[in-house]
Design a protein around this ligand. Sequence first.
Ligand code: PNS
Length: 165
Amino acid sequence: MSKKVAIIPGSFDPITNGHLDIIERSSKIFDEIIVAILVNPDKKYLFTLEERVEMIEKSISTLSNVKVDSFCGLLVNYAKKVNSNIIVRGLRAVSDFEYEMQLTSMNKSLDSNIETFYMMTNTKYSFISSSVVKGVSGFGADLTKFVPKIVSEKLEEKLKEEQNE
Ligand code: PNS
């Protein structure tokens, strides 16, 4: 039987404990997981691609069947390139549903072989998003409840860089 390779796509700007929870749980279900970071030249990210890769690699170092990659353009084309037809996404709340349904429907109409699986985020992470974490950083809050340690350190570094600019 061929290996079941699943892609977990996202911006990961930066990775949160909510993302990590989905990655860890999926790694027990599928043979191989590719965490695929979107590079959209029209979008402004807080972290460079290299920084986003580094933060994810350090956070998943104990998961032997998970690797990190990046892609530009359409996700369905990237999936073909890596011989996968499986996408995994986390669903935090009803508010995520509409956007996720659009994403899944668009991918399905672009490539009918693509199957998207949704996993409910652990409720303790259901309010966490990269944007919310960036919004509270810099005010002395303990971010390690929301993001891996490497990410909280990098967020502090970024803020210092911005203050010195
Ligand atoms: O973490 P995000 O920003 O919610 O992830 C969104 C992502 C990267 C999964 C989505 O924007 C995407 O797949 N973009 C690539 C372009 C594409 O394939 N678009 C078609 C589906 S709408």
